[in-house]
Design a protein around this ligand. Sequence first.
Ligand SMILES: Cc1ncc(COP(=O)(O)O)c(C=O)c1O
Length: 390
Amino acid sequence: MAPHNFAKLDTACVPTPCHVLDLARLEHNLQILKRVGDEAGVSVLLALKAFSCFAVSDLVMKYLSGTAASGLYEARLGRTRFGGDVHAYAPGLKDADIDELLDCSDHLILNSLQQWGRFRSRIEAHGGVETGLRVNPMHSEVENPLYDPCASWSRLGAPANQVTAADLEGLSGIHVHALCDHPYDAFDRMLSAVEARCAHLFGSVEWINLGGGLLITDDGFPLERFIERLAGFRERTGLKVYIEPGTAVALHAGALVSQVLDRFDYGAPLAVMDTSATCHMPDVIEAPFTPDLLGATALPRNTAMDAVDAHVIRLGGPTCLAGDIIGTYRFEMPPQVGDRLVFLDLAYYTMVKATTFNGMPLPSLALWDSRTDALEVVKSFGYADFEGRL
Ligand SMILES: Cc1ncc(COP(=O)(O)O)c(C=O)c1O
């Protein structure tokens, strides 16, 4: 299967800006994840922090066991809009939220032993919720410290060497998460680190959640090796195993369609789009990275713009932020005002992070089935959405 199907999309069918989700690619990803779950004997949860579009919850829940939530609101979304098991974890828990969080969750993972001590009696009084501890396996694979849960002095989980088996009394599981957009080899190394550093805890718990951060649904991912590795780990340890991918669920399944509002050359060829990096794709600035664009090649973000040819254009958003730059691209056919451009792979960590800074409208949402070309705009946002949160 091609990495994405958006070359076939008739962009005239959607308002702009608009997130378009390809149901075919989404289902393809979900089928892969279900295969991993079935063949490795593990449960696969959707990490809602990455992708929580409940317009496709029926499709997601046809294949996955439930959701992984980052706190009360996502747990409630998981419970009410998705179904299946809800596994909640947050670095900080609020006293005022705990009862409702327990009502919405099947598993609650505490970030520290201190947190466990503080909330234990309330959790036990509530009953019906399995509890675990997030453990930092102290194994870094992520180069950018912004995304490395195991960087020095991390607040994410109790360091494995500071947790004893006795500390886990009353808890039934442990949770580790150390990856971000990684291929299989990084998972293999991480799991070896978990096996080495957390082995003293395995006998005290029934389950382990191995987190997300792995590009399981990417083309070329060695599924058989992954399945074998997971199954071997499960058999050796006797633990029930969960994984909670986010990115892998929506990989290559989402695009952001945008329109060129203006073009000019003030010493550099520039275009202003009706979508904004800072509002609609904040990771572009945070990470930073340049999203792929259909029909164009992304150039480095620091490309010097004074000597480029007529096929190179820097695209920016319509906000007043000087750095609201989506990227610099070499086009086969430089776009004109009114043309629609398709930014690729902007579903995960984009829909969930959008803001209305500068009064920017939020992108609409369309569901598109690239197998049949059926397309439906299922959500549009207006002034009330902007005003309602101010
Ligand atoms: C605890 C935890 N689980 C799962 C995920 C999902 O990761 P990804 O979307 O990269 O698969 C994250 C991402 O930050 C996470 O922090």
